[in-house]
Design a binder for this molecule. Structure first.
Ligand code: ADP
Length: 247
């Protein structure tokens, strides 16, 4: 298959820290509307892989192509403009602003959080906020101060802030950490909704949740891919049971 069939094509990617290969000649392809989950033991290289894709860390060798454009040496902010969004575990929302304002300031070219209060929110921005608020299940909380939201709602708001930038690839690091079982269920539904318009990569440890959401699972170990495929297939793989699931 040619690279043009994929949203993301990572080929022979390697990064070394003081001679230690945290990612070792790794090759990975993600389809356009795919929800891929990356699992693996601590230290496997999952976070480093996402850091390389978003540009937080630079590769030692290999290539990363997004929408068939070479990203490997591109600055992080340019990757954001190209449509790559990344959510870290700790939400970075503006607690003193309303849900609406948090989404509004995240719109590309929208007002700065420090900007003038007299700024007139355009109909275009309002419409976009409404669509995103529905996607993240906070349409009835637009006037609520973000600091008053539950832990789960704060996480969804941050996902919404990324969605305001219309990413074509969204990467999430343990999105259900600290959530109640109801919030986990709503997060699964949210992820299924948002991957209809983009590729989504999730790092996750909770196997029940992985089973619930993954189109395909990539198992990493020692900077390499140990197994890849549907969850039923990888969880029956003796190599995966040996290094990860059996513990
Ligand atoms: P995971 O997310 O799967 O737990 P990480 O990607 O965080 O794994 O780490 C993979 C390996 O790379 C670990 O051994 C970690 O200590 C090492 N590592 C990650 N980032 C750095 C860095 N900036 N400098 C040195 N070693 C690092």
């Amino acid at each position: 298959m040619s690279n043009t069939d994929f949203a993301l094509a990572v080929e022979d990617l390697t990064v070394s820290f003081d001679g230690f290969k945290a990612i070792d000649t790794l090759t990975l392809y993600i389809d356009k509307n795919e929800l891929r989950v990356i699992i693996g033991p601590n230290g496997a290289g999952k976070t480093t892989l996402l850091d390389l894709i978003c540009g937080k860390t630079r590769a030692s060798s290999g290539s990363i192509k997004f929408k068939n454009t070479e990203l490997t040496r591109m600055a992080e902010y340019r990757r954001v403009r190209m449509g790559i969004g990344r959510k870290f575990q700790t939400p970075s929302i503006y607690e003193n602003l309303s849900v609406f304002q948090n989404l509004e300031v995240s719109y590309p070219g929208g007002r700065s959080v420090f900007g003038a209060l007299g700024f007139k929110c355009t109909d275009e921005v309002k419409a976009k906020v409404q669509v995103v608020a529905e996607d993240i299940g906070l349409a009835d909380k637009l006037d609520t101060e973000a600091g008053l939201l539950s832990h789960g709602q704060k996480q969804w708001l941050e996902i919404g802030m990324l969605l305001m930038q219309e990413p074509e690839l969204l990467m999430l690091d343990e999105p259900i950490a600290g959530m109640s079982s109801r919030e986990r269920e709503l997060t699964a539904e949210l992820l299924q909704r948002i991957c209809k318009n983009r590729a989504v990569i999730v790092i996750e440890h909770d196997m029940e949740f992985v089973k619930r959401i993954a189109h395909k699972v990539t198992v990493m170990h020692q900077g390499k891919i140990l197994a890849e495929g549907p969850m039923e297939q990888v969880q029956a793989d003796p190599k995966v049971i040996d290094v990860y699931l059996g513990h």
